[in-house]
Write a protein that binds this ligand. Sequence first.
Ligand code: ADP
Ligand code: ZN
Ligand code: ZN
Length: 731
Amino acid sequence: MKLLQVALPSPLRQVFDYRLPAGAATPVAGVRVRVPFGRQALIGLVTDVVSESDVPAAKLKSVTEVLDIEPALPPALWTLARWAAQYYQHPLGDALSQMLPVLIRQGEPLLAPHPQVWRLTARGRALVPDGLRRAARQQQAWQVLNEHLQGLSSTALQALGVSREALLALKEKELVERIELAEPATAMAVTPLLAEAPLSLNTEQAAALSLLAAQTGFRVTLLQGITGSGKTEVYLQHIERVLQAGQQVLILVPEIGLTPQTVARFRARFRCAVAVLHSGLTDNERLSAWRAARAGEVSLIIGTRSAVFTPMARPGLIIVDEEHDLSFKQQEGFRYHGRDVAVRRAQLENIPIVLGSATPALESIANIQAGRYQRLSLTQRAGGAQAPVVRCLDLRGQPVQDGLCAAARQAITETLARGEQVLVFMNRRGFAPVMLCHDCGWQAECSRCDARPTLHRDPVRLHCHHCGYEQAPPRHCPTCNSSDLRPVGVGTERLEQALIAAHPGIPVHRVDRDSTRRKGALQGLLDEIHKPGPAILVGTQMLAKGHHFPRVTLVLIPDVDGALFSADFRGGERLAQLLVQVAGRAGRGDKPGQMWLQTHQPEHPLLVTLLSQGYIAAARALLNERQLLGLPPAGYLALLRAEATRADLPLTFLQQAAVEIVQGKYGVQAWGPVPAPMARKAGLNRVHLLLKADDRKTLHALLATLVPWLDALPSARQVRWSIDVDPQELQ
Ligand code: ADP
Ligand code: ZN
Ligand code: ZN
């Protein structure tokens, strides 16, 4: 008897056995099948063909339909999927379903039906070269098709600037025809590939490029280049070689980095087909991008985290830009790290991978030190711009008004007087983080979280940023009935208001989640910012990355102290990365930039090292601390989280886990259970148990037995629990 084991989109950590109907050809692993599941019909992927089952024969159901002949994913990606589900301890069926486009999960064919191309007819080929000179668009369309006699798809033609009207006019004249290909379209080499000339590289860039060009097979390279050093130009020229060799390139960027400007830079350089994958695509757009990548019809694939699972017919290179960025880690459900999965994928595909950043993650620096990754450095700004000068403003004993001390206010005035722009970076949106009664000390609190709601003025409300709850602010103190309720602390709205009042006539642009909620609002603000003349930008980390503000010559950070004393062991690393990234926004034009930090801790070792010796020195000091404490990358963590309305349930569940870990002598330490840093959120009580091991193998050996054991515990059904392998945030 032949039985199929099938991974189904289900939270259960198991595969399900089905009979293969008599006469049906045996599918290979990775093929989609439709099966009955309870009262539903589900689509899953075959993981194995076996001959025995633990399910009694009478209860075994049959597969309803085998959907494909070939597996949905190419072999390397199939192996990657199984590895990632195992590594991150996530049910395989659910992990697989997150890797596939919705419409593929619903049974749409793997291949795009009937690919069609436009090509010249015999008559078209016989035309004299300037035979259409009186119809410029038709002439151009003819020229493009004459350079691609094998034919081009509509999308490719569109990318090459050929209009549909011109094609239809040529069809009318019987100079072109539209034909259906018998076989799926393979990537058609676009010649010439380049739409613009590459820049001539400086010495460091040229050295980096020639090392990259020499690589074959799996190799991880960390391209550590200061902001503005021309990393993107190195990527572009490296990509060019890979595309010329007929291979595909996958580029992963942080969520915030997938701006129209980034995509425009790639499109401006190459004339080949580009697929852009982001959360805003419709199901149909996602399906066609996925099919095109899988069939090898697009050469360049740019996307955020989940694009790491895009199948490619001829993979040649993976690039992860801003590899340190937190958005590469999925924070719920299938908690994978896009960068780490990308490295594993490159290994399975046996292709090179480049990780780029001005501020590499400590994990990547440790991998350089261990000799696993190769390092390339770009230490100079390309194009002649100078690196910004950074200094601390000592706040001790200084009067502060709306978050700014006198020296900072004066620097703003002087910068604006020179006709230049100022960027004030404040990682807190809203008007003020606290609403306080001046008479009795009462503070507004969220009724559902251990947190204070933020006071907003635009529109007026108390808004909890943790659970989303909104309410009107009280007019009188609920405790003492005083009307002297005051906003305490500074958010972006308050800064904006104070700066407008202090600098009449100067435009102030606030960029945060609230001001950019409307579609197109961010682009509108960016367009305003790029206009000449003095201006002030106030923004959260939406402004910190990726953008290029050549007119900004002064960056001010009113508050770094909070981050210096973060409870999270990664707090120092994140702060150092943020400061360097924000500084990188300044002085990218022809004028040198400055960054000023307001702090009560100007002697804090992290600030001193960062400012006097730079990011890598600060990162090495942080790495030493981690080594002393055995924390990542010197140790390996997994975080067990549990939550429930009743406070005792998550605690009981995780206590059982802790006892099992200690008694099982796995060589893994269990820290906790302890209340989560925010012990109550959205009405749920939250408890953590942190697992720590000295090596990855020990940790994974434990997880392999612990997770199924936990799954079977009766107490597991009374809580919502999850496991986070290599957690990035301990919240
Ligand atoms: P990064 O990605 O490292 O932040 P970019 O690639 O965006 O840096 O380059 C910063 C600026 O320098 C861009 O305006 C880019 O066009 C310019 N640039 C890069 N390389 C060169 C070069 N070799 N010659 C002149 N300008 C360059
Ligand atoms: Zn009061
Ligand atoms: Zn709340």
